[in-house]
Design a protein around this ligand. Structure first.
Ligand SMILES: Cc1cc2nc3c(=O)[nH]c(=O)nc-3n(C[C@H](O)[C@H](O)[C@H](O)COP(=O)(O)OP(=O)(O)OC[C@H]3O[C@@H](n4cnc5c(N)ncnc54)[C@H](O)[C@@H]3O)c2cc1C
Length: 415
């Protein structure tokens, strides 16, 4: 029986652990927070996951919230009119083919950790550093480090060529609420872009106290949406959230008349630079460790892809481990496994990083024309499920124009 150790009980590491257990591998999962610490702790993410990523969990039989989690049925996009801020310059929305879901990680991860033990996995509570990595890498045939944004992931070398930013590009905040007015017709991720200020998006979710909505704020540092650094209480964080919406996005502010925080831990503020790291870590002893998930590819949440990427990575890594059979998990295999994932993730990173900068002509053409073209709006909405479909149009104006024309023609033919 092959022995694999996974460090980090999060969205990336856990599905691999379940998949290997299923196939009879000897799997140890090292993580530094107990199920109860996670349940009682602060929210960590907004974790909206699209169908391809959810399918990874469904295949492993760890999709325990499919019936309970409110569906996210579409994507909406709004751009306020700078001359008349209470009106919109652009406004479109489209249903997506299959719904997305956002189950609070405080609900999901503790259940997964407990289920992992029930299915025969070894769960070890330990804060892993270099000494522990040495010990683990000696004992196991393969060691995967999927420790998210934990300090230990800094051991992986930053890949400067793939990391255009060395500072956080947004001041981030999350506000989990009950009582938000739903959107008419279909539920959605409602994206709002305010040039020079930042972005706000909101969507339904499932938290510890039942269905809720998650507000995500992305403030350009130093601007009026960078307002969550010194909050004095959960209530203060909520009030700053709502007052921003009333001032800058009144149609979203109107939905907030009856909101309250889901719980005293239902908010978060922070920032980090989007970073890609080299996936193979060589320990002082010469032993090697493979990185996955946020540990090696951490994106700004602006496109909501981190958990989706983590699930996609889990499938790629799992397939690669199983395909390896009895052969050694050597450096070349590790690099190849990551490269296979990067074929997908590289495009997600390119799209996400582009959203942090002023829009290119091609992106503007796509987003602008979607308002008058339901087919284009539908194409863009479904791209959240697989952002690679956005290329080359997202970055190449002739391709964008070609796509816009093709979808318009299809629309006319269908009418
Ligand atoms: C504000 C915000 C909003 C987001 N919104 C979305 C969204 O809408 N959609 C989306 O897809 N993604 C979103 N994300 C990103 C998403 O949450 C992450 O990309 C995803 O959770 C990464 O999974 P992971 O397993 O790599 O890391 P994590 O989920 O962070 O898991 C890491 C695990 O490692 C453990 N660990 C850490 N250090 C150690 C150590 N030294 N020893 C042992 N264990 C350790 C941790 O306890 C944790 O269990 C958002 C993130 C943020 C910050």
């Amino acid at each position: 029986m092959r022995k694999v150790a996974i460090i980090g009980g999060g969205q990336a590491g856990m599905p691999v652990a379940f998949g290997l257990l299923d196939k009879g591998y000897d799997v140890a999962l090292y993580t530094n927070r107990t199920p109860d610490q996670i349940r009682q702790g602060r929210v960590m993410s907004s974790q909206c996951m699209f169908p391809h990523a959810l399918d990874v969990e469904r295949r492993l039989g760890i999709n325990y919230w499919d019936d309970e989690c409110p569906p996210v049925e579409g994507i909406g996009f709004a751009l306020p009119n700078p001359d008349k801020p209470d009106t919109k310059l652009l406004d479109w929305a489209s249903r997506i083919e299959r719904p997305a879901q956002a189950t609070d990680q405080r609900l999901k991860m503790p259940v997964w950790l407990e289920e992992f033990e029930k299915r025969g996995g070894r769960l070890i509570m330990e804060d892993v550093g270099v000494a522990e990595l040495e010990r683990i890498a000696e004992e196991y045939e393969l060691t995967i480090l999927a420790a998210g944004k934990g300090e230990v992931v800094r051991l992986f070398e930053r890949d400067a060529e793939r990391s255009p930013f060395d500072k956080p590009q947004r001041a981030l905040a999350l506000t989990y609420v009950h009582g938000l007015e739903p959107m008419p017709e279909f539920s959605r991720v409602s994206f709002n872009f305010i040039p020079g200020v930042g972005e706000y998006f909101v969507f339904p979710s499932l938290t510890l106290s039942g269905p809720c909505d998650i507000m995500v704020f992305e403030g350009i540092p130093g601007g009026p949406l960078d307002r969550f650094r010194n909050t004095t209480s959960p209530q203060d964080h909520l009030e700053r959230s709502v007052s921003f919406l009333q001032e800058f996005l009144p149609w979203e502010g109107d939905r907030c008349r009856n909101v309250e925080l889901t719980d005293d831990q239902g908010y978060l503020a922070g920032s980090f630079p989007p970073t890609v790291r080299k996936p193979v870590l060589t320990l002082p002893s010469g032993r090697i460790v493979l990185g996955m998930g946020d540990a090696v590819v951490v994106n700004d949440p602006i496109t909501g892809q981190g958990s989706n990427n983590a699930a996609r990575a889990a499938q790629v890594y799992l397939d690669s481990i199983l395909a390896r059979g009895e052969q050694a998990f050597d450096r070349q295999w590790m690099q190849h496994t990551f490269d296979t994932y990067w074929d997908y993730a590289g495009k997600v990173v390119a799209w996400t990083n582009s959203m942090l900068l002023p829009p290119t002509e091609s992106a503007l053409a796509l987003l602008g024309n979607a308002a008058g073209s339901p087919r284009l709006a539908n194409f863009l909405a479904n791209a959240f499920n697989n952002p690679t479909t956005l290329f080359p149009a997202w970055t190449d104006l002739p391709s964008a124009q070609g796509l816009i024309a093709k979808l318009a023609e299809e629309q006319t033919t269908a009418a």
